[in-house]
Unconditional design. Structure first.
Length: 395
């Protein structure tokens, strides 16, 4: 790999680091220690984080800043780019002409260019070759570079993803090997290394060399899996490895070691099923508190805090309140005007002590009914008399 493009700004913290700005092009790049790369920017060599840049395969995608005068300067202020550059043709739909493998000054672009920025690509859409993250590798159970017990030789490392070759293909033009998935993502008709027409074949030699190397389990650590073996045996080992991280089968989302699945699903998982001791239904552990507030078979105390000693189930509470001595009730003379409320156990005492008042309320209610009846009779007589007068006037 010879060039990368900066995706995020990065301020240096050490003297040997490069200060990055979005859009910079860094040339002469090569892998450094884990998570870092080494390259050249503005004549200065140094290291930079690999996650802050994207790979620019030679002859596949090159970005230029077109100035008002029509001259082009690479974002990294690189005056000479030693890579195959296309014959540029700027139009509403930029296309490429065949690449010429030659050293060419970037400033020699045609002056009639009107774009502030232009991306030169192949006829197929280009996709950034992503670096496989640890999470993706865990999900796919792929062999990655950090699993090898000895340093991985450079010729067994993909120039695009910077990881061990996976389903390697070798180019017929320059003999460079790439991962099959990386070539498919780049979607180029030209070799990313030499910019000649791309023709690939299965790289059986690299497969044989990789299979001869020793790798360790992804969960290799002290007091954990001590397995070591060949890459072909790795997939089978992961199927039986007791330290493999798997997602809880009950759906709580927690990752647990395979050997701890039984203990987790029976004791720790919040979604495990437990039996309600009252209704004997299977309820999720994290829903049990809520279930106890609505369980119909659960014994509860009277809402009125009465002195009853009988066991009251939630489903029988309504029936209990019909006889509960502490339940608030209205006076039996409520319809006659007595609005007092008292506990059911005090109702008899209220009736005996308020007998005179109740009798007066009943008498007053009877007088009101008698007066209403007399008034109604008078209204009826008046209506009858009026109707008779109307009938007599029409004869």
């Amino acid at each position: 790999m010879s060039m990368v493009e900066v995706l995020y700004d990065f301020d240096t913290k050490q003297p040997d680091e490069l200060s990055l700005h979005v859009g910079n092009l860094i040339v002469n790049c090569e892998p450094a220690e884990d998570g870092w790369m080494r390259g050249e920017l503005n004549g200065k060599k140094g290291i930079f984080p690999r996650s802050f840049v994207k790979i620019v395969p030679q002859g596949v995608c090159v970005k230029y800043i077109i100035t008002a005068t029509g001259t082009a300067i690479a974002s990294g202020a690189v005056s000479d780019v030693k890579m195959g550059l296309p014959e540029f043709k700027f139009s509403s739909s930029p296309k490429y002409k065949p690449f010429k493998k030659a050293k060419r000054r970037v400033g020699s672009l045609p002056s009639q260019a009107t774009y502030k920025s232009s991306i030169v690509t192949t006829t197929k859409p280009w996709k950034q070759p992503g670096i496989v993250s640890l999470e993706t590798a865990l999900a796919n159970d792929k062999v990655t570079k950090e699993l090898f017990t000895s340093p991985l030789p450079n010729h067994l490392e993909c120039e695009i993803c910077l990881d061990v070759l996976n389903n390697p293909l070798i180019t017929g033009c320059c003999g460079q090997s790439y991962c099959k998935d990386c070539i498919d993502r780049v979607m180029t008709m030209l070799c990313p290394h030499c910019c000649r027409n791309l023709e690939t074949f299965p790289d059986k030699k690299s497969v044989r060399l990789i299979n001869e190397l020793e790798i360790k389990c992804r969960y290799y650590a002290e007091n954990k899996c001590q397995w070591k073996g060949s890459p072909p045996a790795f997939t089978h080992h992961l199927k039986v490895c007791e330290f493999k991280l798997i997602v809880c089968p009950l759906g709580c989302g927690k990752q647990i070691e395979k050997k701890s699945v039984t203990a987790h699903t029976s004791k720790d998982c919040k979604l495990r099923k437990i039996t309600c001791e009252h209704c004997h239904k299977q309820i999720s552990y994290h829903n049990m508190t809520l279930h106890k507030t609505i369980c119909s078979e659960m014994p509860i105390s009277c809402v009125n805090q009465c002195s009853s000693t009988e066991v009251i189930l939630r489903k029988d509470m309504d029936a209990h309140l019909n006889t509960c001595p502490s339940q608030l009730v209205t006076c039996e003379y409520f319809e006659f005007g007595c609005n007092q409320k008292m506990k059911r156990q005090d109702l008899q005492h209220h009736s005996s002590t308020s007998m005179e008042r109740h009798l007066s309320l009943v008498a007053e209610s009877a007088r009101r009914e008698r007066d209403a009846r007399i008034a109604l009779e008078q209204d009826v007589r008046q209506e009858i008399a009026l109707l008779k007068a109307i009938i007599a006037s029409k004869r």
